[in-house]
Design a protein around this ligand. Structure first.
Ligand code: FES
Length: 158
């Protein structure tokens, strides 16, 4: 059985075949698979009789839905004003310098199987700069702590 058949069975057993189910299904897929693949969009389209282009439009309108398979680890760096004032740029510069990155770090793509994303505020502003690794938040992060938590980001260091 292929991926599309498996997804169709999964959708049939969990969701009514109604267009109004689109967001529920997308949240389910995002939580379960970590992203919404092209194959998932086709299966969803078949299930609720909606064109894939419409589903793609919805998926790309919401920042919580991803269309690319996530890397092994996710690093989020807060770029909110409190974290800026508490030195988040040192973290960003240290990673960029270690990998000779000259573009915006957040547009660079994964580094050593780590997706790096910026977030506007992690809501622990008093203990910035903050980062999140997968589901865990860390506050008052300094470069040495980041090196201990994610040594893969600093493997080029002499
Ligand atoms: S600004 Fe960084 S946690 Fe709020």
């Amino acid at each position: 059985m292929n991926d599309t058949n498996n997804l169709s069975i999964e959708l049939n057993s969990s969701f009514p075949r109604k267009r109004e189910q689109l967001l529920n299904i997308l949240h389910y897929m995002q939580d379960k698979h970590g992203y919404i693949s092209k194959v998932s969009m086709q299966a969803i389209g078949n299930h609720i009789k909606m064109p894939v282009s419409e589903i793609y439009g919805t998926v790309t309108s919401y920042s919580e839905f991803k269309i690319k398979k996530p890397a092994d680890k996710q690093l989020k760096i807060c770029t909110g004003i409190s974290c800026i004032n508490q030195g988040n740029q040192n973290l960003i510069d240290a990673i960029k310098s270690n990998h000779s990155i000259h573009v915006n770090l957040f547009e660079n793509g994964p580094i050593n199987k780590i997706d790096i994303e910026e977030i506007d505020c992690g809501f622990i502003c008093g203990v910035g700069p903050m980062i999140q690794i997968n589901q865990t938040m860390h506050g008052r992060i300094e470069i040495n702590t980041l090196k201990e938590l994610l040594p893969e980001l600093f493997e080029n260091e002499q």
